[in-house]
Design a protein around this ligand. Structure first.
Ligand code: BG6
Length: 300
């Protein structure tokens, strides 16, 4: 029996959950209930698809994405940990940390009223210790239902306190990013990575008119993506997170990325639930801390 067949025997639920070979032959959990469909890869603990009943796909994935061990997926919900962006003391280390590059362990699949929950985990070992000293178990609980709920839970299994950065780097599908408005960040300060990391204050709704790479700080509120052409609002609520990153690569950056189609940028926007930079999470030995992102879709 192949590994995928064994996982399916252990975790499959007839007519609802199947462990399949996804793109690149990577193992993935396919969920189909009357309420929603979703696909969660063991690689990176990566949610790649979520479609509540009656809606188009909500998550965006590049046609040019890699699907291979050791490579990040371009789209869906990359889990960034234990650092965000380039590693401060080692520019050669992988961007956004290493857990998005690794296979995770499938721990459990359960079905409840609110949907199907897939639990994946990854933990420190000799390989991770070469890159980062923390001792941890990182668990990702993903519920595929009318809402997509992702709970990223870190347990410090070491003897010392530690600090880490994290992001649920969510790529959303939009009809045309130039016509989309983000609400919920009005009056919030942000670090503008496109303007020498100057700190600015958001005036009114966020609109995308050029390459955009911003870290909103001190914000715990819900962000709504208003998409007039798809006639829907994507509502992104969160807990345990004080930063929201908004990213769209626009023209030149898209062309510069090998795993991003040159013409794909109008169809996506990243709204990332995260704790990054100076807002890294501090966790005592033995403690568990969680960050939750809850996504819903409302018709306009
Ligand atoms: C965003 C960062 O979260 O991710 C950007 O703010 C970065 O600076 C983008 O370019 C994509 O990162 P990566 O490593 O997946 O290409």
């Amino acid at each position: 029996m192949s590994t995928i067949e064994m996982l399916n025997t252990k975790f499959g639920i007839a007519g609802v959950v199947q462990v399949v070979a996804g793109l690149g032959g990577l193992a993935a959990v396919r969920v189909e209930t009357g309420e929603a469909q979703g696909l969660v890869y063991l690689h990176g603990g990566h949610v790649a698809e979520w479609r509540p009943k009656g809606q188009d796909e909500v998550l965006w994935v590049s046609q040019k994405s890699y699907w291979a061990d050791g490579k990040p997926v371009r789209g869906g919900v990359p889990v960034c940990f234990p650092w965000f962006g380039p590693k401060a003391d080692d520019k050669a280390a992988p961007g956004h940390g290493f857990v998005r590059l690794m296979p995770w362990t499938l721990e459990a699949v359960t079905q409840e009223d609110e949907g199907v929950t897939v639990v994946l985990s990854t933990k420190s070992d000799d390989q991770t210790r070469k890159q980062w000293p923390g001792e941890y178990v990182l668990r990702h609980r993903v519920t595929i239902g009318r809402e997509l709920v992702m709970s990223l839970e870190l347990t410090n299994t070491g003897r010392e306190a530690m600090a880490y950065q994290e992001a649920l780097h969510t790529y959303f599908t939009v009809a045309d990013v130039k016509r989309v408005k983000l609400t919920g960040l009005e009056g919030v300060k942000y670090v503008d990575k496109m303007d020498g990391s100057k700190v600015k204050t958001q005036e009114g709704a966020v609109t995308i008119t050029a390459e955009t790479d911003r870290v909103y700080v001190g914000t715990t509120g819900t962000v709504t993506i208003e998409d007039p052409d798809k006639m829907r609002r994507i509502v992104v609520a969160k807990e345990g997170s004080t930063n929201t990153v908004v990213w769209n690569p626009w023209v030149a950056k898209s062309k510069a990325m090998a795993d991003f189609g040159d013409e794909e940028w109008p169809g996506m926007i990243c709204v990332e639930t995260c704790n990054v930079g100076a807002d890294a999470v501090k966790v005592a030995a033995g403690e568990t801390v969680k960050m939750v992102q809850r996504v819903g879709v409302v018709r306009m």
